[in-house]
Design a protein around this ligand. Structure first.
Ligand SMILES: NC(=O)c1ccc[n+]([C@@H]2O[C@H](COP(=O)([O-])OP(=O)(O)OC[C@H]3O[C@@H](n4cnc5c(N)ncnc54)[C@H](OP(=O)(O)O)[C@@H]3O)[C@@H](O)[C@H]2O)c1
Length: 330
């Protein structure tokens, strides 16, 4: 029987992609979740192109090792503690960014994520997946906005890049996942898929946030040169799946979902192409969404058709403002 063609991008394609990343000298790029996976690759690849890279990680030996390794590789790194499970930590991180970056922030990449964690509340009372994956990124973006404005004013452009997932597909956004209802959102199995529904809702929130933000950026005036873009990596062999299993994700459903991903997973350098493209390529437009085509398949990061849902985008914005306590944002 003829074998199926391998859908994974070849190593040569990946190398050619990173060779085409523009010179980033003089730019400052902040990445959440850069201890491993796609965020780590983005920090390294943008750093080797000359960017100063702000590593927004929760304090840990992994965070220290990432900063040391990148520094040893010649990258100009600025580590800033930021635990996305706590709004007070995000506020502290934003205050530090304001002190450390008087010349502004060119790119904020909201990359960090957790997947399939148990139905538990954060110290702020939110679902652990929704707060880590979306709510804290919403708060960080709102607080870092003046720094993006400074970069746009001084260097002509700034960007916010969110990182969603193929798992975004499913039911439309439900407000209760965005509220302070952590620990009371469906448990960890059937019915309703529990932890996997909460992951779906959080990754849908990443894309809806991108569109809601893109629409609120004025078409004229100084903010017009700030872009909101998104990417998804496709199934990627990063640290993510192992962490789901370590957090109790060992039921049949968990093993099936993780097993299906790992069967087709591409290397993490390939999975990072979408966020790197959205953050650095000159042809990116406000509201663009990049990633592999199709559903649950690896592949190169191409421009994808929009997936708009105006009612869900409005719900996302209003609920995020309320839960994070951000008074006004755009
Ligand atoms: N891998 C895939 O197949 C896949 C598919 C679709 C989408 N994605 C998305 O891709 C993004 C990156 O994931 P990855 O695959 O690269 O996984 P990963 O290797 O596990 O990286 C996730 C990063 O997020 C950080 N993080 C987790 N909780 C945090 C917190 N409370 N505060 C700050 N940082 C935190 C982790 O840091 P620690 O070391 O502190 O945990 C780590 O640096 C995520 O948004 C994920 O949803 C991945």
């Amino acid at each position: 029987m003829p074998s199926q063609p391998d859908p994974r991008p070849f190593a040569a394609d990946i190398a050619a992609f990173y060779d085409s990343v523009p010179d980033l000298t003089g730019r400052t790029i902040a990445v959440t979740g850069s201890t491993s996976g796609t965020g780590r690759v983005m920090a390294a690849r943008c750093g080797e192109r000359g960017a100063r890279v702000v590593l927004l990680n929760r304090p840990s030996p992994r965070a220290d090792a990432a900063a040391e390794d990148l520094r040893a590789a010649g990258v100009d790194v600025v580590p800033v503690a930021c635990d996305l499970q706590r709004f007070d930590s995000v506020r502290d991180a934003a205050a530090q960014l304001a002190e450390l970056l008087p010349d502004g922030l060119d790119v904020l990449c909201n990359n960090a994520g957790v997947m399939g964690l148990p139905d538990e509340a954060t110290p702020d009372g939110c679902d652990v997946q929704m707060q880590t994956n979306h709510l804290s990124h919403f708060l960080l973006t709102a607080l870092a906005w003046p720094l993006l404005q400074t970069a746009a004013e001084r260097r002509g452009q700034a960007r916010v890049v969110n990182h969603t997932s193929g798992a975004r597909r499913g039911p439309t956004l439900d407000a209760r996942y965005l509220g302070r209802n952590g620990g009371d959102l469906g448990g960890d199995g059937f019915p309703g898929f529990g932890k996997w529904r909460r992951y779906q809702q959080s990754k849908l929130a990443n894309l809806l946030f991108t569109y809601a933000l893109a629409d609120r950026i004025p078409a004229t005036g100084p903010d017009a040169s700030i872009l909101s873009a998104c990417a998804h990596p496709g199934p990627t062999d990063s640290g993510l799946q192992g962490k789901t299993s370590a957090a109790g994700g060992t039921r049949l459903l968990d093993r099936m979902i993780i097993g299906r991903t790992m069967k087709v997973a591409q290397p993490v350098e390939a999975g990072a192409m979408g966020i790197v493209r959205a953050a650095t390529f000159p042809d990116v437009a406000n509201g663009d969404f990049y990633g592999p085509e199709g559903s649950g398949r690896p592949g190169p990061a191409v421009l994808l058709p929009p997936e708009r849902d105006p009612a869900a985008e409005k719900l996302l914005w209003d609920a995020s403002l309320e839960t994070t306590g951000v008074g006004e944002f755009l």
